[in-house]
Design a protein around this ligand. Structure first.
Ligand code: DOR
Ligand code: ZN
Ligand code: ZN
Length: 434
């Protein structure tokens, strides 16, 4: 089967061009100004045509937790233009062994057997005592163990330096040093548990987990790093971005768009780790992004049920959903002229695919997988939880008007989402290039 997407404005990291895309099977065969024969044609006149988003940071909550599953998670991703997700390990049980990662993959395939499924990969969960498994999941460091290790089945080794949802926590610097030394690529939740503990009787969430907790964790990372790559999740201010200069750096849409003030409006629905910060921090994060100091946008899609968010304050879990709104939030800014479209595409498609070594992802170019999103830049829509696909049923962006919504999402060469309707086109486990 071949498919031609014609007359669209194709956005790649190199710029925008009017071009036709020929897809054969699951791959892009050509980017051309001619109109080659094809079995089917989609006319993308007036549309932006971008690579499918790679969201390197989602929590789809399986196994063992509420708030999301792989059916609703996949639907949310595809409707938000996300064609690949990398899922975090803080589930019940956490994904801390090769066997548990393999079981998780079986669960994902089984759970979505009769629905759409987004392309996916998993991060592996580090503990103080499972360093030995790092080479078993194929992430052993270049210093030695790669050849003796297993086939790579994880996107990275994830370390929680501060406690959050679930039980994963690595506090001890020597354990941290051991993990960073053993792992080729480590993803870090950088908030220092020691600082958080000192502040535990502070009155509000932001002062219990201040910026100093993040800065202190990054300092420890600088001391403990090995030769492998380090990816620091959800940085919230220019100070952190600067301190983490030697690492890969991620920002979330919620830290780019929301501030601590939101707690006054929606209470603990706005509780997240690290916390939403002040307007001046938020602004400094945007400036860092505009200066090119942020490598990736990760949604940190962390859905919790309404019921759990309405509970008594101390016990309310941290996290907010976001996989379906990340692309429209960033594209909306871009369509207003605040940031170049090519930069958005680099941070949301190309960079995550290349940092995590996802073969065939992140680009519209011959030979790459045909994960492609068509956007009608004129269509403005109001964010409403009942129009999104989250199992948790709420969004912190309720009522916001945005342009930049996907009209069609193509997954491995097949339409998976068309004008609000899902097909059964299925993605699968990603392949790692190194
Ligand atoms: O707010 C958060 N929620 N931060 C995390 O690090 C974990 C996440 C979750 O899994 O709920
Ligand atoms: Zn985190
Ligand atoms: Zn997270």
């Amino acid at each position: 089967m071949s498919l031609l997407i014609k007359n669209g404005t194709v956005v790649t990291e190199g710029g925008m061009q009017r071009a036709n895309i020929l897809i054969r099977g699951r791959r892009i065969a050509a980017l051309t100004s001619s109109e080659p024969n094809s079995d089917r044609v989609i006319d993308a006149e007036g549309m932006l045509v971008i690579p499918g988003v790679v969201d390197p940071h989602v929590h789809f909550r399986q196994p063992g937790m509420e708030g999301e599953d792989w059916v609703t998670g996949s639907m949310s991703a595809l409707a938000g233009g996300v064609t690949t997700v990398l899922d975090m390990p803080n589930t019940r049980p956490p994904a801390t062994t090769k066997a548990l990662l393999e079981e998780k993959q079986q669960l994902v395939e089984l759970q979505t057997a009769s629905s759409a499924l987004v392309n996916y990969g998993f991060h592996f969960g580090a503990t103080s005592s499972n360093v030995g498994e790092i080479s078993a999941v194929g992430l052993g460091s270049a210093e030695g163990e790669v050849s003796g290790g297993g086939r790579r089945i994880a996107a990275s080794v994830k370390v929680f330096m501060g406690s959050s949802t679930g039980d994963l926590l690595v506090e001890d610097p020597s354990a941290l040093r051991g993990i960073l030394g053993a792992s080729r690529l480590t993803t870090v939740h950088a908030e220092d548990e020691a600082v958080i503990r000192e502040r535990c009787d502070q009155p509000d969430h932001l002062s219990r987990r201040p910026k100093e907790a993040a800065l202190s964790a990054i300092r420890k990372l600088l001391q403990c790093r090995g030769r492998g790559g380090v990816y620091v999740c959800h940085l919230t201010s220019a100070e952190e971005i600067q301190l983490a200069e030697q690492f890969y750096r991620e920002a979330t849409p919620h830290h780019l768009f929301l501030t601590d003030d939101l707690m006054k409006k929606i209470g603990n629905f706005a509780k997240v780790n690290p916390p939403l910060r002040s307007e001046s921090d938020r602004r400094s994060l945007w400036e860092s992004l505009l200066e090119g100091r942020i490598d990736c946008i990760g949604s940190d899609h962390a859905p919790h049920t309404r019921l759990s968010k309405e509970g008594a304050s101390g016990a309310v879990p941290s996290g907010m959903p976001g996989v379906e709104t990340s692309l429209p939030l960033l594209l909306d800014r871009s369509l207003r002229g605040e940031i170049a479209l090519e930069r958005v595409i680099s941070m949301m498609c190309l960079n995550p695919a290349s940092i995590f070594g996802l073969r065939g992802k992140g680009r519209i170019a011959p030979g790459y997988d045909a994960d492609i999103v068509l956007i009608d830049p004129k269509e403005e829509r109001t964010v409403r939880a009942d129009r999104l696909h989250y199992k948790c049923g709420w969004t912190p962006y309720e009522g916001l008007r945005l342009r930049g919504w996907p009209k069609i999402t193509i997954l491995n060469g097949a339409e998976a989402y068309v004008d609000g309707v899902f097909t059964k086109a299925r993605g699968g486990h990603v392949k790692y290039a190194f």
